[in-house]
Design a protein around this ligand. Structure first.
Ligand SMILES: NC(=O)c1ccc[n+]([C@@H]2O[C@H](COP(=O)([O-])OP(=O)(O)OC[C@H]3O[C@@H](n4cnc5c(N)ncnc54)[C@H](OP(=O)(O)O)[C@@H]3O)[C@@H](O)[C@H]2O)c1
Length: 330
């Protein structure tokens, strides 16, 4: 059935936050296609999620060259769904992709050389059937390639019209500052940084958030639910079909076991707030205005729906924050 986007898509609970000091505003919640959109997944489930997301104001979809499995298949599937459903809405969408991890054999198939980044972006555009992406990221810092070369490749991607903005992901604070200075000098300021950030993963609080704010770079927090740990998914064991149960899922069973005690306690606080744990985990990130967007994953429309409602209550009392902190530090 052909798709007609909901007329009220911008009247939903989702608001838009300015991305650093740029002209772009992003939805408070964005959808990532790392899991659940690959060749091993059901395309129609992915299609339903993209439609639901867009109908409800989530207009930013995040990809990378290696998402799948197999690597590249998430971009291929996204390309199919884009063509079927979203091409009329291209100008309303922010589509991102990245390069940094292993994609093809030999010395030019990963990391941060100009050779790899530009070739990878061309491949990504082809897989998605796009002329350009909105954001092109260096997916991870490369300790062996001069930072200038990687940043120049991002600048070239933008100047060639294959990307509209440049981003970096997984860069520590000091490298972020250097990367930002190089990009500014080149005339292509860094739009956004994509770090892992959740109640369980807080490295960004040791300097990166501050650096990004000073540099005028937005922050989009990935794996905000710690891949599903910060939800009710694993409260009663590891369900069939969950990420921890899948052989290709990045969440391991032992990680579930280690986190469970804290998860149960956090879940009690979420209940007192009349939120699901997923909603509280997202709200906990969005309470900080330096966070432009929270980049979730989902395996069903009902999860998306649950997560969207987190924006209804982003306020935390001092007591709640203290209680959460005590659990996280225990
Ligand atoms: N830049 C990077 O290096 C990098 C690395 C990783 C991810 N990312 C980006 O971040 C995106 C999100 O990462 P992520 O998928 O790890 O995020 P996440 O939001 O922490 O985890 C998503 C998983 O949590 C579970 N879930 C979501 N909502 C739920 C709910 N309401 N109730 C119960 N369970 C729920 C689902 O697990 P089930 O599948 O078990 O249902 C879902 O697949 C990726 O798609 C990608 O775009 C970037």
């Amino acid at each position: 059935m052909s798709y007609l986007a909901a007329d009220e898509r911008y009247d939903s609970v989702i608001k838009y936050r300015r991305c650093g000091r740029s002209g772009i505003r992003l939805p408070e919640i964005s959808l990532g296609l790392w899991h659940n959109f690959g060749g091993v997944d059901v395309l129609e489930t992915g299609r339903a999620m993209l439609r639901y997301a867009f109908d409800n104001g989530i207009n930013h979809f995040d990809l990378a060259n290696n998402y799948g499995p197999p690597p590249g298949s998430a971009e291929e599937n996204f390309g199919i769904l884009l063509k079927k459903d979203f091409l009329p809405y291209r100008d309303e969408l922010i589509i991102s992709t990245k390069a940094g991890y292993l994609m093809w054999p030999g010395p030019y198939g990963e990391w941060g050389s100009r050779k790899y980044l530009i070739a990878s972006l061309d491949q990504s555009l082809k897989r998605m059937g796009l002329d350009y992406v909105d954001i092109f990221y260096s997916h991870r810092p490369d300790p062996e390639t001069p930072l200038e070369e990687t940043m120049l490749a991002l600048d070239s991607a933008v100047r060639s019209g294959k990307a509209l903005y440049a981003g970096i992901s997984n860069y520590p604070a000091d490298l972020t500052k250097r990367a930002s200075a190089i990009l500014k000098q080149l005339g292509t300021p860094c739009l956004i940084h994509q770090p892992k950030y959740s109640m369980f993963e807080r490295w960004v609080e040791n300097g990166l958030l501050e650096t990004a704010e000073n540099e005028g770079i937005g922050i989009i927090a990935f794996s905000p639910l710690a891949q599903g740990l910060l939800t009710d998914r694993y409260l009663n064991g590891i369900p069939e079909g969950s990420r921890a149960a899948k052989s290709w899922g990045y969440l391991r069973e032992d990680q579930v076991g280690t986190a469970l005690e804290k998860v149960k306690k956090l879940n009690e606080i979420a209940k007192l707030r009349n939120q699901s744990l997923a909603q509280m985990a997202i709200a906990w990130l969005l309470k900080d205005q330096r966070i432009t967007s929270v980049l979730i994953g989902a395996s069903s429309v009902s999860q998306l729906k649950d997560n969207l409602d987190s924006t209804q209550n982003l306020e935390f009392s001092d007591e709640e924050l203290m209680a959460i902190e005590l659990i996280l530090q225990s």
